[in-house]
Structure formats: structure tokens, C-alpha cells
Design a protein around this ligand. Structure first.
Ligand code: EPU
Length: 338
């Protein structure tokens, strides 16, 4: 397998900065990956595994080896009366996988239509949207340990899924390359329309008895109306997580800001829409140079062309400070900064 030198990462991530990797290798099979790992000059080299590159902000060139996962394939591996078990190569584009499922009547991922990125990246931050998270449809994954090239299988409990979080963002960060994910999908759709916007959109579409493809279409319409298309405007989706605050803090704020919306979480806390907080601080639509806060969804930071990673990062720090000053809430980043 070829390890290339000094490669531009611009085509491989959605924020669009022209940064370089000192070493770069793409692989289409686990054998190819194993060969690349065996060929590495030193075990101490930094490694970065890229899927769709849709949750990363590069502030510098990457001095180390970038591994680009291009393992393809979607396979129905098992069926029961109620479920389909579908094994998917980590390099498969997430949205293509969703469309495949909708087309084949595999239910469970339709609310996750149009999320950018690859299937292999989906467990890392437990992607989620419109009331569904990856963990709801996850069965198991296969991964290769970088240290010795051994393949391991991890079940749901091993992955420690949380809100936009898993063991792969923590103890296992850059220790494993996910090579496939197996999903547990339903034969009888359990449609999740708990998220208000989906019902509204279905009404507008004139659909009263939605099928899988109606839900996927509703989600695609909503996303297209608020989220910037990364092929046109550089971005990495939500830049921050929606913060959790205590009930007491919530009630204090609610007196001052009656429009504050939040919903209770299991830990007896309230989850608050970070987009709303940012908008209240006046950032929505803000632009300095080519770095901006998207005008239709304040949670998304955008690169209008030539913004550097540091300009976006600087803007994010200013947003964090002003939200903290106004609301006493410290926003946490969702995007990985390199
Ligand atoms: N809001 C504003 N102003 C804004 C943006 C949002 O007031 O500029 C308020 C609205 O009132 C809205 C509420 O925030 O009712 C929630 O907004 P939205 O439905 O757009 O969702 P979100 O909470 O901002 C989360 C996820 C998205 C996911 C959507 C839909 C996080 C960090 N983000 O955003 O995920 O698509 O819900 O489920 O949890 C991503 O992770 O990259 C991502 C895009």
C-alpha cells in the first residue's frame, strides 16, 4: 500500500481549509489497512482516521499519518421475524446508507437522513437528529487495533454511547480504526415523529400516513432549509453541543428570559438549545472575513471561502465567552479541533 507525502486535505473534510498532511494513505479493505499499519515508519507517529471529515476543524497542517477509510459494502447478514441485521463498510457514505435502507424497507435510520459523513464515523460521536440516535439502531462494530493490527468486535455496551459521545472520543481515541458497523433495523417501521418539525413538514407535504420515505423526505426538507450544504459553504454541522443545566439554573433564567426553551433529561437536568443562546447574544448571521455564524442556524459556524481554522476557532471562543457572560452557561464544542 502506498503512503503518500504532503497531501492536501481540502477534498477530505467539509470545512474546506487547505491544510496538508505530511503522510496520507487510503484503504479499501482490512488487508490494505493492515499492510499500511505494518509499513509505518514508527509506532510513535501521530495518526488521524478520516471518514467523511465532517466533524473536524483543522487549525494546522497535520504532522502525521492520515488514514482515509474507503471500505465499501452493504450486506444483509441475518434476518429474524422482526429485524434485519445489516453490515456496512465504514467507508460507505452515511446518507447513501440511509437511502439504501429506505429503499429496501429497513426501518430505523430514516430520521438520520442527510447527516454528512461516513458510516464508520457514525458511532464515534453517536450521531443523532430528530429524536433518533445511532445507538438506537446499533448492533455491533468491527475495528482494527492500530497498535497490533488485530481485529476486535465491540457490542453496544462496549462503546459507552452518550450524547454525541462514545469511548472512541475518549479512552479509544485514535486507538482503533472502525472497519464495519452492523445495524439492527426493523421490519415493521416504528416511526419517530416526536420531533415537532417533522409533523409540521409532513403536514406541509400533505402526508397523513407517512411511510419510511416520507419521513426521510421530511427530514431532508427540514435539514435543507436550515443547514448549509457543505459542498457549497464549508461547515461541520453543529459546532457546539446543546448544554445541560440544573433545574434551578433553568428556572432562574426562565424568569429573565421567558422564551428560553429546554427539555428535561434523565439526570434531572434541562437541555437547552445552544442555537437559541447564541442567537440571543446577537451572533446569528455574524460574519468577519470569511468566518461566520450561519444565518439560518446559529449553532453552525461556516467558512465562506478562505477562513482559516484559527479564525473559526477564534470566533467560537468569542461566542463561548458571550454566552457565558449573558447566561452563565459554558458551551462545549462538538467538533474536533486538530
Ligand atoms: N434555535 C434558535 N436559533 C437558532 C437555532 C436554533 O432559536 O439559530 C432554537 C429553535 O428554537 C429550535 C431549537 O433551537 O426550536 C432547536 O433547533 P434545531 O431543531 O435546529 O436543533 P438543534 O438543537 O439546534 C440538534 C442537533 C443537530 C440535529 C438537530 C435536529 C446538536 C448539537 N445538534 O440541533 O445535529 O440535526 O438537533 O435533531 O445536538 C449535528 O450534530 O451536527 C447536528 C446538526
Amino acid at each position: 500500500m502506498v503512503i503518500q507525502q504532503n497531501i492536501s486535505l481540502q477534498p477530505f473534510h467539509t470545512f474546506g481549509m487547505d491544510v496538508k498532511a505530511s503522510l496520507f494513505a487510503a484503504f479499501k479493505t482490512t488487508d490494505e489497512l493492515q499492510a499500511i499499519l505494518a509499513q509505518r515508519a514508527a509506532n510513535t507517529e501521530r495518526i488521524l482516521i478520516l471518514g467523511g471529515g465532517s466533524n473536524i476543524l483543522f487549525c494546522n497542517d497535520f504532522d502525521g499519518l492520515v488514514l482515509k477509510n474507503e471500505i465499501e459494502g452493504i450486506e444483509l447478514v441475518m434476518e429474524t421475524d422482526e429485524h434485519f441485521y445489516v453490515k456496512v463498510g465504514a467507508g460507505v457514505n452515511w446518507h447513501q446508507f440511509v437511502l439504501y435502507c429506505v429503499h429496501h424497507g429497513y426501518a430505523g435510520v430514516e430520521n438520520l437522513a442527510l447527516i454528512p459523513g461516513s458510516v464508520g464515523a457514525s458511532p464515534i460521536q453517536n450521531i443523532g437528529a430528530y429524536g433518533v440516535e445511532l445507538k438506537d439502531v446499533f448492533y455491533e462494530l468491527e475495528a482494527m487495533r492500530i497498535a497490533d493490527g488485530e481485529m476486535v468486535v465491540m457490542k453496544k455496551a462496549d462503546c459507552l454511547f452518550g450524547y454525541r459521545d462514545s469511548i472512541f472520543k475518549r479512552a479509544y481515541q485514535n486507538k482503533f480504526v472502525i472497519t464495519s458497523v452492523t445495524f439492527l433495523l426493523h421490519k415493521k417501521p416504528v416511526l419517530n415523529t416526536t420531533y415537532g418539525a417533522i409533523n409540521e413538514e409532513l403536514r406541509e407535504m400533505g402526508v397523513s400516513n407517512p411511510l419510511l420515505n416520507d419521513i426521510a423526505q421530511a427530514v431532508m426538507n427540514i435539514r435543507n432549509s436550515k443547514l448549509p450544504d457543505p459542498t457549497k459553504i464549508g461547515n461541520a454541522g453543529s459546532f457546539f453541543k446543546n448544554p445541560e443545566i440544573t433545574q434551578t439554573h433553568y428556572h432562574q433564567l426562565k424568569l429573565q428570559y421567558p422564551n428560553l426553551s429546554g427539555y428535561p433529561t434523565s439526570a434531572n437536568k434541562m437541555k437547552i438549545a445552544a442555537g437559541w443562546l447564541i442567537e440571543q447574544c446577537g451572533w446569528k448571521g455574524f460574519r468577519k472575513g470569511d468566518a461566520g455564524c450561519y444565518q439560518k442556524q446559529a449553532l453552525v459556524l461556516v467558512n465562506y471561502g478562505k477562513a482559516s481554522g484559527n479564525e473559526i476557532l477564534q470566533l467560537s471562543h468569542e461566542i463561548v465567552s458571550s454566552v457565558f457572560e449573558k447566561f452563565g452557561i459554558m458551551l462545549e464544542r462538538e467538533v474536533n479541533v486538530m
